[in-house]
Design a binder for this molecule. Structure first.
Ligand SMILES: Cc1cc2nc3c(=O)[nH]c(=O)nc-3n(C[C@H](O)[C@H](O)[C@H](O)COP(=O)(O)O)c2cc1C
Length: 216
């Protein structure tokens, strides 16, 4: 199947078959897609909380109460649920870890290359600090990972639900994310849809190409 076929086929699942589990090898592929996701200046400002047990999903479901209760069955009945988080700040520690990893991975021919990378990354971080949008900048990077995850899930034959309809404060409190320098951002359920999923049979709806593209 072509990549576009997967993009056409995938859709937001509204009800899961709670009896079906995604096998571990497939889950590991998805996690590797998240880890390999690109980010501006390789900043990787994310962390992923992965729930597969009933207990883990119940904890994530604490972010789907009140106004977000419509998302709760999608969390409890899915096979796996991933909470995408971002860092609260681009700390010096994180910047040092990034540089050390790139060094260990053989990215630098010499010390000058290492310093250039350090300076380039720092200049972007400082720019976004000055603009006052560093959190938003980190969130944009995390949404790239979300896109990879959704298309990747479809290519592996899985159903998925991206959810912004979550109580981020409740999730931060439940998981102690602030203490870890993290904030919850967006959640994704993964698994197999149930027969009761009304969305499975609906046609996809997107704006036409002539409206969304300007070809020069
Ligand atoms: C970032 C993001 C957040 C979303 N949040 C929710 C949500 O909380 N609950 C839900 O049922 N669908 C949610 N959706 C699904 C969208 O409504 C859906 O992607 C859109 O209508 C396009 O339909 P499709 O995904 O079936 O192609 C979200 C989608 C995205 C990309």
């Amino acid at each position: 199947m072509s990549l576009v076929s997967f993009a056409r086929k995938r859709y937001t699942t509204k009800a899961y078959d709670a009896s079906r589990q995604v096998d571990q090898a497939t889950v590991e592929q998805l996690l590797e897609l998240l880890r390999l996701s690109p980010s501006s200046v390789n900043s990787q400002p994310w962390h992923f909380v992965v729930a597969s047990s009933a207990e883990g999903k119940a904890r994530l479901a604490k972010g789907t109460q009140g106004a977000f209760a419509y998302n709760q069955p999608k969390v409890l009945d899915a096979s796996h649920v991933i909470l995408i988080c971002t860092q609260r700040d681009m700390s010096d520690t994180h910047l040092a870890v990034l540089l050390g990893q790139e060094s260990a991975d053989g990215r630098f021919r010499d010390e000058a290359a290492r310093i250039t990378q350090q300076n380039t990354r720092n200049s972007y971080v400082n720019l976004h600090r000055e603009l006052g949008d560093i959190s938003h900048w980190m969130e944009k990077q995390a949404y790239l990972a979300l896109g990879s995850l959704l298309l990747g899930a479809a290519s592996l034959g899985l159903d998925a639900t991206p959810m912004e309809g979550i109580d981020r404060e409740a999730l931060d409190a439940e998981l102690g994310l602030a203490e870890r320098g993290l904030s919850s951002l967006v959640m994704v359920s993964l698994g197999y849809h149930s027969d009761g999923d009304f969305n499975a049979a609906l046609p996809k709806s997107r704006l036409p190409a002539e409206r969304v593209f300007t070809r020069l």
